[in-house]
Design a protein around this ligand. Structure first.
Ligand code: 89Y
Length: 338
C-alpha cells in the first residue's frame, strides 16, 4: 500500500512525542512541518529529519501534496487549520479537545463532511494499555454485570510548567482532562443518559476550574462517578494515570497506582501489572500517555486507509457533548439529559 504523505501543524510540546510516535509506524511519510514561529519548526525538522518546514500555512498547502495533516496546536486554532485542509480535500487529524466550544466542534465536523474530508480526533487515553486490559476484563464477564464505577484523575503535577497556556484557559480541567476521562467512560461503559457536575477553582493563579466532579448515569444503567483535579496533594502522585474502580454483580476490577490491575471475585483477588511500552523517545513522567500515541496513530491510520477507527470526529463529538454538558450542569445546577 502507498505511504500516506502528511504534515504536522504545530511544533510545540506534544509534537515532540507525536512525531516520533508516527515514526514507529509503517505506511506514513512525514514530509513537512508547519509552525507560526519558524525556528521552532526548523529545530524539530532537524531532530527528526523532516525535509521541509513552513511558517505560512497557505504555502504549505500550495507546495505539498498531502493525504492528511496532523494538527497539534492549541485548541483555538483547530477550526482554522481544519477548514484550510478540508477545502483542499486533505484529511484531518486533530488533537483533543476538538474545538473551543461544542458548537464549533459540531460545525467543524459538518464542514469536513460537506467537503468529503475525513476528520479524526487524536484521543489517546483510551489507547493506554492498562485501560485496554481493563476493558478486556470487563468484556470477559468475570466480574458479572457492571453496575457502578469510579474514574479518578486527581493530581498535583505541575502541569502548567510544560503547557503554560493551560493556565489562561477560561475552561480548563474539563476540556483538558475531562475530554480524556469522559472518553474513557464512553469506551468502557457506552453512552451517557444524564449527568450532574460540580466544578471549582482551587489554584488562584489560573483562570479556569481545576476541580470537577461528574456523576453520570449511562444508557446501560451503570452509575459512573468521574473525579478530576489538579489540586490534589495525595500520598501517591498518580500523574498521568487514570485510576478506575469498577463494580459488577460477581466482583470488582481495580486499576490502581503504577499500572496494577486487581480483579476480585468470591474466589479471591488476581493481581496483574501492565506496563506501557517504554519507547526511547518518551518522557518517563508521561510514559503511559506517550506510549499510547503509537496505538492511537495506528488506529487512525486504519481509518485513513478506509478501515475501522474508534476516534472519528463523529464519535468524539459525543465526548465533546459530555464536556460541555458538564459545564452546563455546573453552571445551572441542573441534571443534563442527552
Ligand atoms: O494536556 C493534557 C493531556 O492531553 O494529557 C495530560 C496533559 O498534558 C495535561 O493535563
Amino acid at each position: 500500500m502507498k505511504k500516506l504523505r502528511f504534515a504536522v501543524i504545530g511544533t510545540g510540546f506534544w509534537a515532540k512525542y507525536q512525531i516520533p510516535a508516527w515514526l514507529e509506524i509503517d505506511g506514513v511519510e512525514l514530509v513537512a512541518l508547519y509552525n507560526r514561529t519558524l525556528h521552532k519548526a526548523e529545530a524539530l525538522a532537524k531532530q527528526f529529519k523532516v525535509p521541509r518546514v513552513y511558517g505560512d500555512i497557505d504555502a504549505l498547502f500550495a507546495q505539498e501534496e498531502l493525504d492528511f495533516i496532523d494538527i497539534i496546536t492549541d485548541v483555538d486554532t483547530h477550526v482554522y487549520f481544519t477548514q484550510k485542509a478540508a477545502e483542499k480535500g486533505v484529511a484531518v487529524i486533530c488533537q483533543k479537545p476538538m474545538a473551543p466550544t461544542f458548537n464549533e466542534a459540531k460545525a467543524m465536523l459538518e464542514f469536513c463532511e460537506s467537503h468529503h474530508s475525513p476528520l479524526f480526533i487524536h484521543e489517546n487515553f483510551r489507547w493506554q494499555v492498562p485501560i485496554r486490559e481493563l476493558k478486556q476484563a470487563l468484556d470477559s464477564g468475570e466480574i458479572g454485570t457492571v453496575f457502578k464505577a469510579r474514574v479518578s484523575f486527581c493530581s498535583a503535577f505541575p502541569v502548567f510548567d510544560n503547557q503554560p497556556f493551560l493556565a489562561g484557559l477560561e475552561h480548563f480541567i474539563l476540556t483538558d482532562i475531562g475530554s480524556h476521562v469522559l472518553d474513557i467512560c464512553r469506551f468502557l461503559f457506552g453512552e451517557a443518559e444524564s449527568l450532574y457536575a460540580l466544578t471549582k477553582r482551587v489554584n488562584p493563579r489560573i483562570k479556569g476550574e481545576d476541580v470537577a466532579n461528574v456523576l453520570m448515569e449511562m444508557e446501560n444503567g451503570v452509575h459512573c462517578f468521574v473525579e478530576m483535579s489538579y489540586a490534589s496533594i495525595l500520598e501517591k502522585e498518580a500523574f498521568p494515570q487514570t485510576l478506575i474502580l469498577v463494580e459488577g454483580t460477581l466482583g470488582s476490577a481495580h486499576l490502581s497506582n503504577d499500572f496494577v490491575l486487581k480483579i476480585t471475585t468470591k474466589e479471591g483477588t488476581f493481581t496483574e501489572k501492565i506496563y506501557p511500552e517504554m519507547y526511547p523517545w518518551l518522557d518517563p513522567e508521561y510514559a503511559v500517555v506517550h506510549s499510547s500515541i503509537v496505538d492511537c496513530n495506528e488506529d487512525i491510520l486504519s481509518g485513513l486507509q478506509g478501515g475501522p477507527c474508534e476516534t472519528t470526529g463523529a464519535d468524539n463529538l459525543k465526548t465533546v457533548a459530555l464536556v460541555w454538558g458538564a459545564y452546563e450542569s455546573a453552571k445551572t445546577g441542573a441534571v443534563v439529559r442527552f
